[in-house]
Design a protein around this ligand. Structure first.
Ligand code: MSP
Length: 527
């Protein structure tokens, strides 16, 4: 009987739509896409959710400033997000909007459950509110009258409904302590535990309609809408059918929320909402917590600040795509930005990386090998040396090449699970370098006329490396690797196929084609 596939549910944060996507927001989405494609390659069943966070004051104000009907404004911005993700080769399964009727139903259901448990009470909120972050603060939290990240606040005094979040403080600490993988990286886990050392307050979960109309109405008081973070966080379960009737919804929810490995990728600026508000909300509703919260760092602008509209220059991914293509951008994020760490972006850094690793190490190796096979072997794969024979012989360079090639799939898999993809890619590049050196040493171009068998074995070996590398880089460079694997007639490979030497067949057609990673030119902007 076939073993049931493991299932993996991964989400991006849902994006505010007060602006079109920039490189910072594209980063989270690209990383989720990369992780989800790797998990599929590893044989798992994957569900990838992304979407938009459309309620709240920030969105209402932006639409008003532009004198637009709010729903029309949201619809247009959503199209913008969808178009961007499509052009960046993002293969999401669900794009969910918080204005979807199923979401509203799910949010009201969650509120009703908590209300009936007696864990929502009416009170008065006296404090400050940051519209940009949509977060309530107390005066004590502010630094020079602004939020810790430097955003403006407004004073708020209003009656509202509070969720007894404080009741869950101990249970949350215990959960984090007994589940070391719940929040990563470890610095972020420690940050949350540090935050939980102070007494946790209750959470204001409502806004009076007299102040804000654009939200989900509270089921127990029609004069209020739900606080936007309480509404937004619930998207992770309402998109799976939480709050809907019917056995299909229930089955779907069970499979993807209760049984799957559930994982939220978020930026470190939204760590507390995801690691404190969200789990305590779930405890109150009575459904399981997500298995993992992965916090990424920031893509920094040229002044080494978080790239964001309010912080000065932002780069729009489609503008960058027009200059460099999508795949160099995807590669840059996976290779140059260690997960969890901040990292600067500049065109110069991207160009250096793309030209050195993609054009030189990868692209040139492909051109060299395919060209020689085309010229001297009639475009057909020469005979690949047998691993057993190599092991008993004395060709140490080839022995090493086989060893490293066979180990690569395991290394890359480990790097994905340990969230150290940049390190896994370093190993891929090391293998490409080793293969280039192997060719320099063997000089097949000199041997093709006099020692054709040796030249052929050497070229077939390099091709075998390229096959393995193309499969293992396909989650990052989906189009180029797909093209290459088609040229090699090696489509549809699984992880097991790239963990052993000896897949390529003698005589198999190897097609020539255009260079895949043309060298990037100098460009003055975004330096
Ligand atoms: N709407 C909330 C999230 C609700 S999730 C239930 C939100 N939206 S956002 O549009 O402001 O940000 C979405 C994500 O983009 C956040 O994780 C944020 O960290 C990420 N990024 C925004 N700018 C970024 C960088 N410059 N670098 C990396 N990630 C960045 O917060």
């Amino acid at each position: 009987m076939e073993k049931a596939k493991k299932s993996f549910y991964i989400t991006t944060p849902i994006y505010y739509i007060n602006d079109k996507p920039h490189l910072g927001t594209a980063y989270s989405t690209i990383m989720v896409d990369i992780l989800s494609r790797y998990r599929k390659l590893f044989g798992e069943e994957v569900l990838f959710l992304t979407g938009t966070d459309e309620h709240g004051q920030k969105c209402e104000q932006t639409a008003k400033k532009q004198s637009q009907n709010i729903k029309t404004y949201c619809d247009n911005m959503v199209e913008n997000f969808k178009k961007t993700w499509k052009e960046l080769q993002i293969g999401y399964d669900i794009f969910f909007r918080t204005t979807h009727p199923d979401h509203k139903k799910g949010v009201q259901k969650a509120l009703q459950i908590i209300y009936e448990k007696g864990e929502i009470y009416k009170g008065t909120y006296e404090g400050v509110y940051c519209v940009s972050e949509e977060i309530f603060y107390t005066q004590k939290d502010l630094i020079n009258g602004k939020t810790p990240s430097g955003k403006e606040v407004i004073t708020v005094s209003e009656e509202g409904y509070f969720f007894r979040m404080s009741k869950y403080q101990e249970a949350l600490i215990q959960h984090i302590e007994t589940h070391p993988d719940f929040i990563s990286p470890v610095e972020r886990r420690n940050e949350v535990l540090g935050f939980l050392k102070k007494p946790l307050g209750d959470l204001n979960i409502s806004r009076p309609k007299s102040r804000l109309k654009w939200g989900v109405e509270l089921p127990f008081d029609q004069n209020y809408v739900c606080y936007v973070w309480f509404d937004a966080l619930l998207n992770y379960v309402t998109a799976l059918g939480f709050g809907q009737e019917g056995s299909d919804h229930k089955k779907h929810f069970k499979k993807w929320w209760e049984q799957a490995e559930t994982c939220h990728l978020i930026g470190k600026d939204i760590l507390i909402t995801h690691s404190v508000y969200w789990p305590t909300m779930l405890m109150a509703i009575g459904i399981p917590l997500p298995k993992k919260i992965l916090s990424t760092g920031w893509i920094l602008n040229k002044d080494l600040e978080k790239m964001s509209k309010s912080q000065g220059e932002v780069i729009h991914p489609l503008d960058l795509k027009d200059i460099v293509g999508v795949e160099v951008m995807r590669y840059f994020f996976a290779r140059s930005v260690p997960m969890g760490k901040d990292s600067p972006f500049s065109y110069h850094l991207l160009r250096e990386l793309g030209n050195s690793e993609l054009s030189n190490h990868f692209g040139n190796l492909v051109s060299r090998v395919v060209h020689l096979i085309g010229e001297h072997f009639d475009g057909r794969c020469p005979k690949l040396p047998l691993k057993k024979k190599v092991e008993s012989g004395n060709d140490e360079s080839l022995k090493l090449l086989i060893l490293k090639t066979e180990a690569l799939a395991g290394t890359v898999k480990e790097s994905v699970f340990k969230l150290r993809i940049h390190w896994g890619l370093e190993k891929v590049v090391e293998l490409l370098r080793l293969t280039n050196r192997f060719l320099e040493e063997k000089e097949p171009w000199k041997k093709v006329l006099t020692q054709k068998k040796e030249a052929g074995e050497c070229l077939a070996s390099a091709l075998e490396v390229l096959r393995v590398v193309s499969v293992l880089l396909s989650p990052i460079l989906p189009k180029s690797c797909d093209v290459l694997l088609k040229r090699f007639h090696c489509e549809g490979q699984k992880l097991a196929d790239v963990s052993v030497w000896g897949y390529l067949q003698e005589g198999q057609r190897i097609e020539r084609g255009e260079a895949l990673f043309p060298r990037l030119k100098e460009f003055q902007n975004w330096s």
